[in-house]
Design a protein around this ligand. Sequence first.
Ligand SMILES: Nc1ncnc2c1ncn2[C@@H]1O[C@H](COP(=O)(O)OP(=O)(O)OP(=O)(O)O)[C@@H](O)[C@H]1O
Ligand SMILES: [Mg+2]
Length: 469
Amino acid sequence: MKASTSSMPSSAPVAHKAPLPPSSSRSSRIAPHSHIKGLGLNSEGRAITDTAAGGFVGQENAREACGIIVDLVKSRRFSGRALLLVGAPGTGKTALALAVSHELGSKVPFCPMVGSEVYSTEVKKTEVLAESFRRAIGLRIKETKEVYEGEVTEMTPSESENPLSGYGKTISHVVVGLKSVKGTKQLRLDPSIYEAMLKEKIVVGDVIYIEHSGAVKRVGRSDAYASSYDLESETYVPLPKGDVHKRKELVQDVTLGDLDAANARPQGGQDIMSVMGSLVKSGRTEVTEKLRKEVNKVVKGYVDQGVAEVVPGVVFIDEVHMLDIECFTYLNALLESPMAPTVILATNRGNASVRGTQDLVAPHGIPVDLLDRLVFTEPYSKDQVARVLQLRANIEGLKLAEGVRDMLATEGEKTSLRYALQLLAPASIIASINDRSEISLEDVGEMNELFLDAKTSAAMISASEKLKP
Ligand SMILES: Nc1ncnc2c1ncn2[C@@H]1O[C@H](COP(=O)(O)OP(=O)(O)OP(=O)(O)O)[C@@H](O)[C@H]1O
Ligand SMILES: [Mg+2]
């Protein structure tokens, strides 16, 4: 992310006048949910309604309910329970789950999947579910280690003739200068550390630490460089306190799923995953139930010693009516295991038969024993559709002429919010074909002739079937 600054002297005034390259986040594809940033709740957990906080309009009850779930998950009091989001298509169930994952932050694992993912020809259905559950259980490992930490002031590899071959040179060692608040140190280090530094893309001005084992970690870019022209995505950190050589508490977040995978394919190396990857001496190359049990045992030992802490996260299963009865019974078993995450399910079905059964009709297509907590998402009013439309238009950088928002909102209320939102992009294309910078009423009219919404098309089909002899 920061490679561009390395070759540029920090005082290069000419470059600053050049037009800014479009930053990667702006030019990236705009996904359907890119306006959703969180649940938009105030400090008391009430939904903020006057602005589209977190990217949400309306749906106050569902948002507040999800806020409570977030608190419960964070305080680890909802493990092993399931929450179902129910509502008509396009009422924001998937968006809510995404907001929950934003609210949980990066420290609490969130593992999303879609019901139909379990139907794979390579992996058993239950295996897919089991893996998702493992990926939703985090492990925070704390250790105190001796490290060298500081801002990199120099990084000079020293080359020597390669005694083994006539061609080229090899690096015999690297000289690294590190600066902290208390002083500076020049270290003469092994070439493998130089390789690790290149791999982490470390340049002068970065704050890093080097463990005794040889693992190198980049913390961020030093504050001192913050004023110079740099990419926005950079994290700036202050100059490390204390001496360069010191004991430091390191915290690593991994999931049980990571540990299973690492132990099934041990890599051999110095970074945390490689070390954690040799917890279990198994020689296996596949994640099996037995391997999981062994990993659990080691993890339990760590927890008992106080080295690690279990952080239960969230599994989100969208379109949960796609699961069949076998999956549901397995899900129940998973929920009862001692290390279970919170499960959030979403569906837009009313009464439906449970997949894999002959005549078992259940609310939402889910066996009743799983349904203890439900959150409903309500359909939107025209005004709410209009506000979401404006939000999306801003994000997609589209201008709407007088009355367009109103017209699309009417359309959205009649069909669904999703349909209205999806009209924006094609309308903007028609506008640009017609040489207009903003979407006008004509563009929307033209598009309405080209595209149909689902309800209209269904009505047309049934009408044409009646005509058949
Ligand atoms: N309250 C809201 N505020 C802002 N945007 C919303 C809101 N509700 C839904 N959206 C947006 O509307 C679109 C459709 O919503 P979403 O995909 O979450 O619906 P869904 O309930 O999951 O539907 P389905 O049952 O078909 O899966 C998305 O782009 C979503 O971000
Ligand atoms: Mg959805």
